[in-house]
Design a protein around this ligand. Sequence first.
Ligand SMILES: NC(=O)c1ccc[n+]([C@@H]2O[C@H](COP(=O)([O-])OP(=O)(O)OC[C@H]3O[C@@H](n4cnc5c(N)ncnc54)[C@H](OP(=O)(O)O)[C@@H]3O)[C@@H](O)[C@H]2O)c1
Length: 186
Amino acid sequence: MISIHGYAIVCRHDRIADANGAFPPALMNEADWAYFQAELDRADLCVLGSASHRATPNRANRRRLVMSRGADGLEQRDDAWWWAPQRLPFEEVCARLLPDGGRIGVPGGQVAFDYFLSESPQGLRFGAFHLSRATRTAIPGGRGLLTGVEQGHDADSILRAHGLVPGPVRMIDPDAGVDLTVYTAP
Ligand SMILES: NC(=O)c1ccc[n+]([C@@H]2O[C@H](COP(=O)([O-])OP(=O)(O)OC[C@H]3O[C@@H](n4cnc5c(N)ncnc54)[C@H](OP(=O)(O)O)[C@@H]3O)[C@@H](O)[C@H]2O)c1
């Protein structure tokens, strides 16, 4: 069995990064970070887009799979496994890296979120998406959580449209106005 969990913190308009693709300090929150790190510690494999991989040093030495059109199918480099979805189906990645199944954490960015929401094979899509929101922060023109956000749709509608059902909204940092909703596939 493979289970796939996505993680993001967005601003009030569902943006994960600023207009230059950089992570804005306004989205950094201790409560979210602690939750996110504890969750990633449970993952057998973490999947990141190549920009997110470059932006976040792998200090915890987690097992990473980096999505890049430049990868030669699936290849092991010094820093991580690299994978081009156009050249190798994700089933084969799982068969090689997680032959006994396991839990996959997807910390983004947009390319990985889009892929595991709708482009990956049936059965290898998000079983859960953990969405934190900094409700007092706006990032005008920023990078959307998903491509659809940049086309004018809100993240909640897109996640629901793909069969993910929101749980209760939990305020994880009342002082900063940061909440967390876990969407799950029934
Ligand atoms: N707020 C949050 O929760 C959160 C989450 C994640 C990231 N971030 C931040 O967002 C920024 C980066 O996110 P991002 O969304 O701009 O980038 P990203 O999704 O992490 O990576 C984009 C890269 O993925 C590769 N790519 C594009 N299409 C692809 C495809 N079809 N198949 C395989 N690879 C493909 C491209 O690199 P190649 O040229 O190598 O193909 C592209 O430059 C960083 O600042 C990061 O810190 C924030």
